[in-house]
Design a protein around this ligand. Structure first.
Ligand code: SF4
Length: 444
């Protein structure tokens, strides 16, 4: 090691010693459990490594619970998702073997919150800077649920974030604006009963890399993937997101492969430039989604609230997207859409336009996916009779099926106070929607 490197190392070891001292005094200051937000990025890896080392040094005196929270949107870049999941497994295993009071939590969006649930199931347009529905659904809600579960049990938590002043001017300003108490904690402005600590707020980027380079990883991994990740992919850091004040995660190394919020996905492009050509079809698919956002004939001309303007993707567009997604999955041999999401998509389609209730199921089956079907809504024979009668009377059979479905599913009884009025409104909405759809179809 050169004398220059030794000098750097000793300056960073005093920084590390002081961070460990501060962490230890914070750990003993109260009984609130800790939640370390671990994205797999360099800053959160430093925090986790410091905490892990502190617990090891405390030995039997380490009794307070520490949770390591990561989030998986289910549309992460596949190599990054794999890295985070395997890192979490390793961390949990090491903590168990070493009898540390540390548990890992990996949160995921529910099918209704997921990217494909929203885009293909409900027909949301791909997220943009003006309609960024993804972050709150796929990241914030699942993380908040996990935090709420912990606060419900323990009363309150301390969130340990790897936020640093040097990382971005915006973050620096947000951090400075927060009210900090004598222990360096500030209340989270949106999560009740959560205090925030930022133990490496003053570290420079060089401090972070020096620490990761010289300090052995206590859960037995090496950081070679992490170093390669920062060499190969560009873009900023993407922390675990708890609120919308966090700068957009689009375009970061840890962003979703489907991210249409940014013009160019620097992270995937970086991986491809460094030889991972198998990711190219994902980039092409994402670019296609951006084109679809504004393609004539793909979106309803009426928004969901009834206002005129580009609304949800039309049923045909949603079917086309699902079909291409399933084909892409087959091409790249990576799991891209889960069974639960497919079942949710079917459920949404059945509610909105697929009254046989099997379109998504049939598409999935064509690509070898056998998803559990929501219960058949109308028995087969009855369905045929209904269709025949509707055609004879010159009515739209789909509309009739949907009206029956509303009555059966949402209003099994009209005895309750206000039920009749609600039922009438629901019927009115459905008829208006069907008329609008019919009008659009005539115009196309
Ligand atoms: S990476 Fe992009 S798509 Fe994913 S949550 Fe962030 S802004 Fe949304």
């Amino acid at each position: 090691m050169s004398s220059e490197q030794l000098a750097v190392k000793s300056s960073s070891s005093s920084l590390v010693d002081s961070a460990l001292r501060d962490l230890e005094s914070l750990y003993h200051a109260d009984s609130r459990p800790w939640v370390v937000a671990f994205s797999g990025g360099k800053d959160s890896t430093v925090i986790l490594q410091l905490v892990f080392n502190m617990l090891l040094a405390l030995g039997k005196r380490a009794t307070k619970k520490v949770f390591v929270l990561s989030s998986d949107t289910q549309v992460e870049a596949p190599n990054v998702a794999e890295y985070v999941v395997s890192a979490l497994d390793r961390i949990q295993q090491a903590a168990t073997d070493l009898h540390l009071p540390l548990s890992t939590i990996l949160v995921r969006p529910t099918p209704a919150e997921s990217y494909w649930g929203k885009l293909i199931g409900k027909g949301y347009p791909p997220p943009s800077r003006w309609f960024r529905w993804c972050t709150s659904n796929m990241k914030i809600k699942p993380s908040r649920r996990a935090i709420e579960e912990i606060t419900l049990k323990h009363g309150s938590v301390i969130l340990l974030l790897g936020t640093r002043f040097a990382e971005s001017p915006q973050r620096g300003r947000t951090m400075q604006a927060r009210e900090i108490n004598s222990r360096g904690l500030n209340p989270h402005h949106e999560i009740p009963n959560a205090l925030v600590a930022t133990p490496i707020a003053d570290w420079t980027t060089d401090d972070v890399w020096e620490y990761l380079s010289y300090s052995p990883c206590p859960w037995g991994a090496d950081h070679s993937f992490l170093f390669a990740l920062y060499r190969q992919a560009s873009g900023g850091e993407c922390p675990v997101v708890f609120d919308l004040n966090t700068p957009s995660c689009g375009g970061s190394r840890f962003g979703c492969w489907t991210c249409t919020v940014v013009k160019e996905d620097k992270s995937l492009q970086g991986f491809i430039r460094s030889g991972q050509d198998e990711l190219q079809p994902l980039v092409d698919f994402r670019d296609w989604l951006i084109v679809l956002r504004d393609k004539p004939g793909y979106r309803s001309e009426v928004k969901r609230n009834g206002n005129i303007g580009p609304g949800p993707f039309l049923p045909t567009a949603r079917q086309e997207i699902l079909e291409r997604l399933l084909a892409l999955e087959e091409e790249v041999k990576l799991p891209l859409v889960g069974d639960a999401e497919l079942a949710y998509i079917q459920e949404e389609w059945s509610r909105e336009f697929d009254f046989q209730g099997n379109l998504a199921h049939k598409l999935a089956a064509r690509y070898g996916r056998d998803i559990a079907m929501p219960e058949a809504r109308i028995p087969h024979a009855e369905d045929e009779l209904l269709e025949q009668a509707a055609v004879e009377c010159g009515l739209n059979p789909d509309l009739i099926r949907q009206l029956l479905e509303i009555r059966r599913r949402d209003f099994p009884s009209l005895d309750k106070w206000g039920a009749k009025a609600q039922f009438e409104r629901a019927v009115g909405d459905l008829v208006t929607k069907a008329a609008q759809q019919a009008e659009q179809t005539t115009q196309v």
